[in-house]
Design a protein around this ligand. Structure first.
Ligand code: OFO
Length: 170
């Protein structure tokens, strides 16, 4: 069954938000590169790749359903704060926002009784739980570290070990 226009539009808006997330995290990656914290840079590099994969997953899905992908302009990212703690507070806030937008796309699928879209979106709903948890974990550590430079370097080392596992979205 071809995708309805309202559903297609909701996906297109979300594709834009996922690309915006990629852009935002790329900007944050730059901030950490300038702070000489390579582990944080690695963490954000993986976020960037994940967000692109999230966008591409929806892109492929809309085409698979016979719909049209319309690419909207990507906003300029504005990072709130400049310290690692402030930036991670922004990351969590952003992921919570993304969760609310994914839920809104899900609501459209529910309203249209588009069961295929609901099943597809389940992956994103679950992914957001993981995203918020992993960001919350780094944020909690940064709160604990406070002004302790040694603690920050230890966390940087820990984040350097993160690896990108390309998500299988279907
Ligand atoms: Fe960071 O999450 Fe996409 O969806």
């Amino acid at each position: 069954m071809a995708i309805e226009k309202k559903m297609e539009h909701a996906f297109n808006e979300q594709i834009n938000k996922e690309y915006f997330s990629e852009y935002l995290y790329l900007d944050m990656k730059t901030r950490f590169a300038l702070m000489n914290l390579p582990g944080f840079v690695n963490w954000f590099d993986i976020q960037v790749q994940e967000e692109r994969a999230h966008a591409e997953g929806m892109y492929n899905y809309v085409l698979e359903r016979g719909g049209n992908v319309e690419l909207f302009a990507i906003d300029k990212p504005e990072i709130k704060g400049s310290t690692p703690l402030e930036i991670f507070k922004h990351v969590l806030e952003h992921e919570q926002y993304v969760t609310s937008r994914i839920n809104a796309v899900y609501d459209v699928a529910e309203e249209l009784k588009d069961r295929a879209a609901m099943l597809f979106l389940n992956w994103y709903v679950k992914e957001q739980v993981e995203e918020e948890a992993s960001v919350g974990d780094v944020l909690a550590k940064l709160e604990l570290i406070g002004d302790d430079k040694q603690g920050l370097l230890a966390l940087d080392k820990e984040l350097a070990a993160r690896v990108f596992n390309p998500p299988i979205i279907k």
